[in-house]
Every structure is written in structure tokens, then in C-alpha cells.
Design a protein around this ligand. Structure first.
Ligand code: G3I
Length: 369
């Protein structure tokens, strides 16, 4: 029998245990803590901590939160004279308890409006709505919410202004007014313009013009939120990089606010996140109902690695990177643009296990050490 040195045995075992536990305790928020916030979007159930496993994953991996739905106007302001802050109070308390960066999404958006808001048809009523809505909500969380999406998705794909109910009733002045009202209610909170496809040249030019206009008219705008609903091939890294540089040259922060990467077929070549685009599905459109093939899993990991490599290159310009959801099973991309598919857009799978994409994001930082 070979002699086993007991001292060496103990040291080796301890080292093995410590390496394993180090691996297990590494987390996105910790490895990126000197670079930018790593955020996630929470559903109502997650805000209420209903699933203990999901809850501990959120606390371990993320240091910034956005409410995926419950701070949209149909939920916070269901009737003209009635606000409902039950869930948003819980959301803010969750972030405070866990010392997270708290982002408010969203104040002025044409979608998910309460039915009574859709009926507003004249400028006097709309002006009164905006003043009451923005002032009430931003003041309520003054000093507690760290940044707000003041206006969401005001642009068309060609960079012109969307014909929203706000534009129709108030003209383009509604944009600067929204930022001014938010600043008045909480002068210190960071104010963002948030949209999808902001890397596309035409839309990017529109966003830059919009941000310049808001600034020129005396509005305070601190950042641009690029949603980042991307796919495996587009947008190109070149366009993402150009957009980081061009937005930051305006003297504002750049945040990636709703990052996810669809791996499913998209024969209509849709980009972004227009929730009004809905299509019929069939088996061909849902090719991986049980499991993502390794080849695509690897592609997703490579895509995430190249994106985060670029983010790290420009970390001085980037304030936050937030994934749109905690894990694949809850992603909105299972229902858009076709309902009921199985998509795999996030770093955690439907069983909350981290995917190769997660490892590829973490490994970028390990490789640097
Ligand atoms: O809460 C109701 C429930 O009572 C009802 O039974 C059920 C029936 O469909 O619907 C539930 O509401 C859904 C809601 O999410 C909450 O789960 C809506 O149907 C569904 O349309 C809604 O989708 C959200 C979508 O915004 C709506 O615009 C997605 O979860 C959310 O991820 C998505 O987020 C947007 C960002 O806010 C802005 N940028 C694009 C992004 C993706 O579309």
C-alpha cells in the first residue's frame, strides 16, 4: 500500500473544497462590481419573494433591479384619481433591503396605459395627466429610486417621432416637459430616455437628435437606456460600439436596460421589441421545445462573451447592464412574437441552472486576473 502523507492529504482536500466553493460563490454582480451594475427585471411574484430558490438566485447574482411590469402606468395609476402603490412599494423595499440599485420603469409610455388614459383626447387633459402622474410617482419615491425611464419608446424605426397619444395631443414638447417634471419632483434622481433598436443608424440618429433637443430646451437627461433585445447575429458589435461612443459623446451615461438574446427563428426579420407585432406559430418556428442543442448553446455563449467584452472595453461609459428577466422560463420572449414557444435568451435556464452563456460572461473577468 502506498504511503499517504496525512498533512498533504488535508491541505489538498482543503484546497479542493475551497476551489469548489469559490466557483460556487462567484457571481455576476461580484465579478463585475468595479465595472457596472448587473441588473435583472423582476416579476410581481419575484418582488414578493414567492419562490425561495429564485429569490436566492436574484440576491446572489444581481445588484440592480427593474420591475418588469408593475410600475407601468396601467398598474400604478389605474383610475384618474386613484394610484396603486402596493406592489411598487414592495419592489422599492426589496431593493433597499438588499442594497440594490433601484430603477423605475417607466413613466411615459404609449403601451400598457390604463384604459382611462387611452381616452384622453385633448391637450389640457393630457398636460394635467402628465403633471399629476410624473409628479406623484417621482415624488413618492424621491431619494429611494436611483434612476427613472422618464420616456420609453418615443421613436419610430426611421428615427422620427412615434405618433403616440402624447405626441398627438401635445406635440413634441411633451418630451422635454416630461423630463422637466421628473427633475422638479426629484432633482437628484438620474433621468433616462429608453428604447429598443437604438444601435440602428437611423433610429440612433433620431435618438441623438431627441436627446440634444431635450438638453437644448433645458431638460435634465442623464442617460440613454438601450434595451438590448438582440439576436445571435444582430446588431453587429460595430454598431453597438458606435452607439456607445456616440451616446456617451453627448455627455450622458449609457445603460443596457433589457438585455436578452433570442435564439429562435425570425423569418420576418423582426428586430427590437414592438409588442404589437404578433404572429401565428408552428413546429418549425419552435425548434427546441425540450432542449437547446449544444451548437446553439455555444453560439449564445460566444455572443454574450463578445458583447460583454465590448461592454468591459467601454465600462467607463456604461452605468448598468440589466437582463430582462431572471431565467429563461420567465422570459417574455417565450410569448413574442409568437405565443407559447420555448426560448433560451438569458444566462440561467428554466431550472435556474447557469448556462454556458453565464460561464462565458464570468470567465471574461477571470481571464483578466
Ligand atoms: O397580468 C395579466 C394577467 O392578469 C392576465 O391573465 C394575462 C393574460 O395574458 O396577462 C397578464 O398581463 C401580461 C403582462 O405582461 C404581465 O405578465 C400581459 O398580457 C403581457 O402583454 C405583458 O407583457 C409584458 C410587455 O412588456 C407588455 O408590453 C412583458 O411581460 C414585459 O416583459 C414587456 O416588457 C417590455 C418593456 O416594458 C419595454 N421594452 C420592451 C419589453 C418587451 O416587450
Amino acid at each position: 500500500m502506498r504511503f499517504i502523507n496525512p498533512y498533504l492529504f488535508v491541505v489538498t482536500t482543503l484546497l479542493a473544497v475551497s476551489c469548489t466553493s469559490q466557483k460556487e460563490t462567484a457571481s455576476l454582480k461580484d465579478v463585475y462590481k468595479n465595472d457596472f451594475y448587473i441588473g435583472t427585471a423582476l416579476s410581481a411574484d419575484q418582488i414578493e419573494g414567492k419562490d425561495a430558490k429564485v429569490d436566492s438566485l436574484i440576491k446572489k447574482e444581481f445588484n440592480a433591479i427593474t420591475a418588469e411590469n408593475i410600475m407601468k402606468s396601467m398598474y400604478t395609476h389605474p383610475q384618474k384619481d386613484k394610484y396603486d402603490f402596493a406592489l411598487s412599494d414592495k419592489f422599492v423595499a426589496y431593493g433597499e433591503k438588499n442594497k440594490m440599485f433601484i430603477h423605475g420603469h417607466t413613466l411615459i409610455w404609449h403601451s400598457q396605459l390604463a384604459p382611462w388614459m387611452e381616452k384622453i383626447a385633448d391637450s389640457t387633459e393630457m398636460k394635467a395627466f402628465m403633471k399629476d402622474h410624473i409628479t406623484t410617482i417621482v415624488s413618492k419615491y424621491k431619494g429611494r429610486i436611483d434612476s427613472w425611464d422618464v420616456v420609453n419608446e418615443a421613436l419610430n424605426e426611421d428615427g422620427t417621432l412615434r405618433q403616440s397619444v402624447f405626441l398627438k395631443t401635445l406635440g413634441e414638447k411633451y418630451l422635454v416637459d416630461a423630463f422637466k417634471l421628473a427633475e422638479k419632483a426629484d432633482p437628484k434622481v438620474d433621468l433616462y430616455y429608453n428604447d429598443y433598436n437604438l444601435e440602428d443608424p437611423a433610429k440612433r440618429a433620431g435618438a441623438i437628435a431627441l436627446i440634444k433637443k431635450i438638453k437644448a430646451a433645458g431638460g435634465k437627461i442623464d442617460g440613454v437606456g438601450s434595451q438590448g433585445h438582440w439576436n445571435l447575429n444582430s446588431p453587429s458589435l460595430e454598431e453597438i460600439e458606435k452607439s456607445i461612443l456616440e451616446y456617451s459623446a453627448l455627455g450622458i451615461k449609457v445603460a443596457f436596460t433589457e438585455l436578452d438574446i433570442t435564439v429562435l427563428p425570425n423569418p420576418w426579420d423582426l428586430k427590437g421589441a414592438d409588442v404589437n407585432q404578433k404572429f401565428e406559430g408552428n413546429a418549425q418556428m419552435n425548434p427546441y421545445p425540450e432542449k437547446l442543442p449544444d451548437s446553439i448553446q455555444n453560439k449564445l455563449a460566444e455572443r454574450y462573451a463578445s458583447i460583454f467584452k465590448l461592454f468591459l472595453k467601454h465600462k467607463d461609459k456604461i452605468s448598468r447592464v440589466t437582463f430582462w428577466g431572471v431565467y429563461d422560463g420567465q422570459s417574455w420572449l417565450n410569448d413574442w412574437p409568437i405565443k407559447g414557444r420555448t426560448n433560451y435568451p438569458l444566462p440561467f435556464d428554466a431550472n435556474l441552472k447557469h448556462k454556458k452563456a453565464y460561464d462565458s460572461i464570468l470567465n471574461l473577468k477571470k481571464a483578466k486576473k
